[in-house]
Design a binder for this molecule. Structure first.
Ligand code: SF4
Ligand code: SF4
Length: 132
């Protein structure tokens, strides 16, 4: 994901390391996500929910595999064309607008993010990427 705007070049370039797909971070699923993934995989939505998701605080998350990675990670994201909104938006997410320091905190665990970019550029690009 990310902004394609030239002004935002150099801010983020995913190296496909998969680090953000590991650990209990919580990839939330909307009903739209469930429908899109179940169509993509060719499984019924209720089966997808039963076998590939779990609840956390009443919200539906993608389950983790025994290896600690998202159940849909297998060297690559196996549902890339229909991955949830949270995954598509990363790292251009709303919490950066609340505190731009979150960009640098996230960059500590995401090698694709440029931690040295100026705050103004980060904020402008996140705002652009989040525009409807
Ligand atoms: S941690 Fe960052 S660089 Fe690695 S796959 Fe995730 S988004 Fe891409
Ligand atoms: S859906 Fe894909 S991008 Fe999102 S956490 Fe799972 S493997 Fe990673």
């Amino acid at each position: 994901m990310g902004s394609d705007d030239d002004a935002c070049q150099g801010l983020f370039s995913c190296i496909l390391c998969g680090d953000c797909c590991r650990g209990y971070g919580g990839t939330y699923l909307s009903g739209t996500d469930v429908d899109a993934i179940s169509r993509h995989l060719g499984v019924a939505a209720d089966r997808l929910v039963a076998y590939y998701t779990q609840l956390s605080g009443g919200r539906r998350l993608i389950a983790q595999g025994d290896d600690g990675y998202c159940i849909f990670w297998d060297q690559v994201c196996t549902i890339h064309p229909v991955k949830p909104k949270m995954c598509r938006q990363w790292p251009f997410i709303h919490s950066i607008l609340v505190d731009v320091g979150n960009w640098r905190a996230m960059a500590a665990s995401c090698p694709g993010m440029n931690a040295d970019a100026p705050d103004r550029k980060i904020l402008e690009c996140v705002k652009k990427a989040l525009q409807p």
